[in-house]
Write a protein that binds this ligand. Structure first.
Ligand code: ATP
Ligand code: MG
Length: 365
């Protein structure tokens, strides 16, 4: 039986609460003999700062490097507002992303029919929506040099950020998107601003060349990022996989998130380069939501984003596609049956707690 090493980093706030529900799903799959999961748990974020005065230890980093996948809860909270900048809770996540080389951020936006009325858009526009935004995560204007505020001779200041993309960076993120589309509805929409940006011209050229050379079986279209933002709220179901740079991806994925209704529902994956020897890639899976200090410790958190993130690891890191389907179908079914945590309950509707939602999903599986 296949065996996988999973590092769990629950973190702060509701992180440990939602991670505990993933633990139930893992135990169930393990008992069913789907695969063997060797799980380890370590500290990250404020919890790690309290114990070690850093947001992640070198030992935990080494475990993350060795793991087949990292499951990350959430970090931060008012308790750590005053800690030194380099040790702030978020620094742990940034180090993980950087040291594991996680350049591809996958954010699915799924709108379950049972929750379509929670969206900011009309039911018919979002019901059944199932798209993925693939955002480049380690390059572009957030990291390009020069990056500075300079004082000019006349005393004025100038803030400078630089958008930089290389052929290699565009090709590897494009490849992730095309391969993903092949497992879905076979369509990629690539987005940039080639009308005003040189990096956009290159992005467009490299994506087209890669398509021609290796992915002729996948449909490719190009949309300018501003036009795509408009299309996302006009008729999002036209898309399957959207691939774009760090900045546009940041904005477009937040738009896509609101199409689906609730922060507690959204999973994500961050993937690194494929090791040519083993065919494996480094990967970290985390809910889109944060540590939600306002509801932490109350058993109210919705565990679906975290469980959905684990389902993504089944699909992308472990190749257990049937198990991924099983988890995702169970989530859809409990929602269709009317089960709701507080964040997704309609006014007056009964809500269940974190543990009940997790248990119901496992029972449905
Ligand atoms: P971060 O800064 O870490 O991104 P944030 O402060 O922007 O976090 P969250 O911590 O995700 O956002 O919380 C925003 C709001 O959404 C809070 O009111 C919180 O209670 C709610 N929320 C977030 N995640 C969940 C969840 N899993 N279940 C229920 N409510 C949630
Ligand atoms: Mg916050």
């Amino acid at each position: 039986m296949a065996s996988f090493n999973v590092l769990m980093l629950p973190g702060d706030g509701i992180g440990p609460e939602v991670m505990a529900e993933v633990g139930k799903v893992v135990d169930f799959l393990d008992k069913q003999g789907v695969a063997r999961f060797e799980t380890e748990t370590d500290l990250v974020g404020g919890a790690c700062y309290d114990a070690h005065k850093v947001s992640i230890t070198d030992a935990a980093m080494a475990r993350a490097q060795a793991a087949d996948a990292v499951l990350f809860g959430a970090v931060g909270g008012p308790k750590w507002d005053a800690v030194p900048y380099d040790a702030r809770p978020e620094a742990g996540l940034l180090r993980l992303r950087k040291d594991l080389g996680l350049f591809a951020n996958l954010r699915p936006a799924i709108c379950y029919p049972a929750l379509a009325d929670a969206s900011s858009l009309k039911r018919e526009v979002v019901e059944g929506l199932d798209i993925v935004i693939v955002r480049e995560l380690t390059g572009g204007v957030y990291f390009g040099e020069p990056k500075e505020i300079v004082t000019l001779e006349n005393g004025e200041k100038r803030g400078v950020d630089t958008q930089v993309y290389t052929t290699h960076e565009i090709e590897r993120i494009g490849r992730v998107a095309f391969e993903l589309a092949r497992k879905r509805r076979n369509k990629v929409t690539s987005s940039e601003k080639r009308n005003v940006m040189k990096s956009g011209v290159l992005w467009n050229q490299v994506t087209s060349a890669l398509h021609k050379a290796e992915f002729g079986d996948v449909e490719l279209e190009h949309q300018l990022a501003d036009a795509l933002a408009m299309q996302l709220v006009r008729w999002p179901k036209q898309f399957d996989v959207i691939v774009t740079d760090n900045l546009f991806g940041d904005i477009l994925s937040d738009i896509a998130a609101m199409l689906t209704g609730s922060l507690g529902m959204l999973p994500s994956a961050s993937l690194g380069a494929e090791d040519p020897a083993t065919g494996k890639r480094k990967a970290l899976y985390e809910p889109v939501h944060g540590s939600a200090p306002d509801i932490a410790g109350k058993g109210l958190a919705n565990p679906i984003a975290m469980i959905g993130s684990f389902a993504m690891s089944l699909r992308y890191s472990f190749g257990l596609l049937e198990a991924a389907d099983l988890v995702e179908t169970a989530i859809a079914n409990v929602l269709a049956q009317g089960l709701r945590t507080k964040d997704i309950a309609a006014a007056g509707q009964n809500a269940v707690g974190t543990g009940e939602m997790g248990a119901a999903i496992v029972k449905e599986m």
